[in-house]
Design a protein around this ligand. Structure first.
Ligand code: 6GU
Length: 239
């Protein structure tokens, strides 16, 4: 997969893409991520990319021209068609299903904004898929780009050490993860549950399942309802 990020702060993003799982995924050849400064496409020497809003009001608005030029330049550099993504709190909410959908695409072009807003013609002219990472306001799209790219890249084949550790986690089955323990068996008078030391893999499996359901019921009843519904849908499909 190829990912381009258009941002006014590439220096904020680049260290994140070089570190940890994403860095390793790039070294392993699963993904190639490149950030480009929107300011490089300004036409004047001062690097102007924003201007005051028509109609008045506070703040500055990201202009069309630098962004259109940047998108068109990046897209013609390579023949692989890019899916344009605009990060905005007005977008569709990011979830695991959407991450899976994005992970199956050959190329993403992620646009971060860092100003009070975009010229509306960026939406109308570039027709990006608009995505939000949650119901709160960030000062810019950079943190959202890190979230989205992390969540997508870890799903790419070969990005994680072993495929197991990806499939088993929260949301893949629609439930939150079960509790995990490692050594020592007792820490500050807190014991590891006996069943995990029993060696009885069938019962351990069942216990983990129960813990996951119970934890989801208590913390995220909304997810549990959805999980139950999906199970019903699955079994009626098989009939
Ligand atoms: Cl994608 N951008 C900004 N600026 N704020 C957000 C967001 C994105 N998602 C949630 N809040």
């Amino acid at each position: 997969m190829r990912i381009d990020v258009l941002t006014l702060f590439p220096e904020a993003l680049d260290p994140f893409f070089s570190a940890s799982i994403i860095g390793r995924a790039q070294t392993a050849g699963c993904v190639s991520i490149r950030s480009t400064n929107i300011r490089d496409f300004a036409l004047d020497a001062r690097g102007t990319v924003d201007d005051r809003p028509f109609g008045g009001g506070p703040g500055m608005v990201l202009m069309c021209q630098p962004l259109f030029d940047a998108v068109e330049k990046l897209e013609t550099e390579e023949p692989v068609p890019a899916t344009r993504i605009l990060l905005t709190p007005q977008g569709e909410p990011l979830n695991q299903a959407l991450c899976r959908e994005l992970a199956a695409l050959p190329r993403l072009l992620v646009i971060c904004g860092h100003y009070e807003g975009f010229d509306e013609r960026i939406r109308l002219g570039l027709r990006p898929r608009e995505i939000s990472i949650g119901d709160y306001v960030l000062s810019g799209g950079e943190a959202a780009a890190m979230v989205l790219i992390d969540a997508v890249v870890r799903l790419l084949p070969g990005a994680l050490g072993d495929e197991e550790s990806c499939n088993d986690e929260s949301f893949s089955h629609g439930l939150l993860e079960y509790p995990q323990y490692t050594r020592p068996r007792v820490f500050r008078e807190m014991d590891v549950p006996d069943i995990l030391l029993s060696g009885d893999h069938a019962r351990i499996e069942q216990w983990r399942r129960e813990q996951a359901v119970e934890r989801t019921a208590r913390r995220r009843p909304d997810l549990l309802d959805k999980w139950k519904q999906d199970k019903v849908d699955d079994s009626s499909m098989k009939e």
